[in-house]
Design a protein around this ligand. Structure first.
Ligand SMILES: Cc1cc2nc3c(=O)[nH]c(=O)nc-3n(C[C@H](O)[C@H](O)[C@H](O)COP(=O)(O)O)c2cc1C
Length: 394
């Protein structure tokens, strides 16, 4: 996959920059043509001489050559590249890419790219976890850039945790395995909460943020699929390329799902089990000591999809369980005719609704069970997509 490809290797100012020399050598070994771009700060971490020797090309870090005044044309560099690989990606450079700040040659080239950009974050545990950094990473993915997830391990500071730049072999694997084998496949993903109206201003809802479903949409798009994202109310921006259908209630979500015919369904939404039998068309006044609201069960969307499943379709559900987790999830998979269930346990700290992380167990129809560590929702989404791929279309 890398043979003959023009790769712009971007390096920003992280201690992990020493690994970029090995990465450059590996890319060359695999037959790629490599040009290296460095931020001015990155030059303090690894010398341009090392990288120009390994890449067999000049290394660019300034807008112009200080001696000759010649312009290092960022537009030409961006046009030349089949893809841009930023490894390591610092918190600073990620933040600038996510917010349109263009104050060096590497950034100007990134903003001029027409082809894909991959980025491999590298930073200390607390920097990595900071909500601003997590938000910027999500934003970058939302722009269609491909995240090469950081790994767990010992960090240069001595801390241990997530934030270590992916190992060179894993970066090579990530860019080589950018398979587009889902081209021609239609994927419906449900995400977020549903709101069941009580009256024109009140509703019964839940705390689902939609992050898991949106991250899954991003990863399915990377595989080349057509993605229909049916979403309840969230604060999120749909990934570039996804068709977003916004709904509010469980009934609207059901109607939106029924209107689609897909090959793969991933039901990540937290859909209300009950809806208000007769919502008031006027705001309910505070008149009585107590107020009872009658609820009626909603249609089980996952069960309906499972019941209508055609040969070759693949159906994935989510289960949040509090006791006998695996048994209950397996029973849900059978009852609803699913191919896979993603199990969240309420007892796993940091997992589930709202946050940026999730810890899952994947249950397959063939009784295979995969347990995963606590990871960012983006990394979890990749695990889920990889797991679907291992059973579907094989
Ligand atoms: C020794 C050292 C190691 C650093 N390692 C990292 C790192 O791994 N990740 C990171 O985001 N910033 C790291 N920084 C901070 C960045 O170098 C700093 O934010 C710089 O402004 C980044 O500029 P750039 O993104 O333009 O390359 C480090 C700084 C020092 C002095």
């Amino acid at each position: 996959m890398l043979k003959g490809k023009n790769v712009l290797l971007g390096i920003s100012g992280s201690i992990a920059a020493y690994k970029s020399a090995l990465l450059c050598r590996e890319l060359i070994k695999k037959g790629a043509n490599v040009k290296v771009l460095m931020t001015p700060d990155a030059v303090g971490f690894i010398t341009p001489l090392t990288l120009s020797t390994l890449s067999k090309n000049p290394v660019y870090s300034e807008y112009s050559d200080k001696k000759t005044g010649e312009w290092n044309n960022h537009v030409e560099l961006a046009k030349w590249a089949d893809f841009f690989l930023l490894a390591p990606a610092t918190q600073n450079t990620i933040a600038k890419m996510a917010n349109g700040i263009c104050d060096n040659l590497l950034l100007a080239t990134y903003f001029s790219m027409q082809n894909k950009t991959y980025f491999a974050p590298a930073m200390d545990l607390d920097m990595f976890k900071h909500p601003s950094n997590q938000q910027n990473i999500e934003r970058l993915e939302g722009f269609g850039n491909v995240l090469i997830p950081s790994e767990n391990g010992e960090l240069a500071s001595g801390l241990v945790g997530e934030g270590r730049m992916a190992e060179v072999e894993n970066i090579i694997k990530a860019i080589s395995s950018q398979d587009r084998s889902w081209v021609g496949k239609k994927v419906v993903i449900t995400a977020g909460p549903t709101y069941e109206a009580i009256d024109p201003v009140r509703f019964i809802g839940n705390h689902s943020s939609g992050k898991m479903g949106y991250a899954l949409a991003e990863k399915a798009l990377n595989k080349g699929a057509e993605v229909i994202l049916i979403s309840g109310p969230t604060q999120l921006t749909a990934p570039k390329g996804a068709k977003l259908i916004q709904i509010k209630s469980a009934g609207e979500m059901l109607a939106a799902v029924r209107a689609q015919e897909a090959n793969l369904y991933i039901c990540a939404a937290a859909v209300a089990d009950y809806t208000v039998t007769t919502p008031s068309d006027q705001k309910i006044k505070k008149k009585t000591e107590t107020l009872s609201i009658e609820l009626t069960p909603t249609v089980d969307i996952l069960a309906e999809i499972g019941a209508n499943k055609k040969e070759g379709d693949f159906v994935v559900g989510f289960a949040l369980e509090t006791n006998n987790e695996v048994e209950n999830a397996q029973s849900k998979m059978q009852r609803k005719n699913c191919d896979m269930i993603i199990l969240n346990s309420l007892w796993d700290k940091g997992a589930g609704f709202g946050g940026n992380d999730n810890k899952i167990t994947i249950l397959h129809k063939d009784n295979n069970i995969q347990n995963f560590e606590l990871k960012s929702k983006s990394a979890v989404a990749q695990d889920i997509i990889d797991s679907i791929q291992s059973k579907w279309l094989v």
